[in-house]
Design a protein around this ligand. Structure first.
Ligand SMILES: [Zn+2]
Length: 219
């Protein structure tokens, strides 16, 4: 019995259906197996220009759409509508990225944001920074951090083990993807502005390494 070609795998995006052809030197080194962990990239302070690098080195990466907005712009041809998406990616074990993308279609905006989030991936320093705890495990943050973005100021306060995430939905999603389990938040300003709020959470997580050089965290 003859049949047509089997349909392509349903899951994954269009880009992922095709084999990756790296465009950067770093991408080629990863495909050749000369770099096998994302830690090496962070240690060398290299900039990631291809989202596939992150997918290759962190195969367990998960994706969450944080927000989709309709943005309108006046042009000579009249009003132009586009969608702006914010996407977070993380491996629930210390790596988190947040990114945005704009496009005429929601789906394309989300794909762009997801690719951008991969390029912005960071390592979060975790620890047991709660005075109520002291277990010494990596379940929270090592200390309190303050982040800002747009009109939002946010404080992440380490919590004792088992507390969970005492936070709004957006912060819960981002902290969860980062692998921070027990934490409280205090926020000030335009906290209902989801993109700014998400970016403030990300800013806090960036500051867990603050001015510490990579040599400090490579053990
Ligand atoms: Zn603890």
């Amino acid at each position: 019995m003859r049949r047509g070609r089997a349909p392509r795998e349903q899951r994954g995006t269009r880009e992922r259906a095709e084999p990756w052809a790296p465009k950067t030197r770093l991408g080629k080194m990863i495909q050749e197996g000369r770099i096998t962990s994302i830690e090496e990239i962070f240690m060398e302070g290299l900039k990631i220009h291809e989202p596939e690098i992150v997918d290759t080195l962190l195969p367990d990466l998960q994706e969450e759409v944080i927000n989709v907005n309709l943005v309108q712009k006046q042009t000579d041809a009249g009003e132009k509508s586009r969608f702006k998406a914010i996407v977070a990616v993380g491996n629930r074990d210390g790596y988190i990225g947040l990114g945005g993308g704009k496009a005429a279609q929601v789906r394309t905006a989300i794909e762009k944001a997801a690719a951008n989030a991969r390029l912005n991936i960071i390592l979060v320093r975790r620890g047991c920074g709660s005075w109520e705890c002291g277990c010494g495990q990596q379940h929270s943050l090592p200390f309190q951090v303050i982040g800002k973005c747009g009109g939002v100021k946010l404080v992440l306060v380490p919590g004792p083990r088992g507390l969970g995430l005492v936070a709004g939905e957006v912060a819960k999603v981002i902290l969860g993807l980062a692998g921070v389990k027990d934490c409280r938040t205090r926020s000030f300003g335009a906290t209902r502005t989801i993109p700014s709020f998400a970016c403030a959470v990300f800013d806090c997580l960036k500051r867990t390494y603050g001015l510490v050089t990579p040599q400090d965290w490579v053990r």
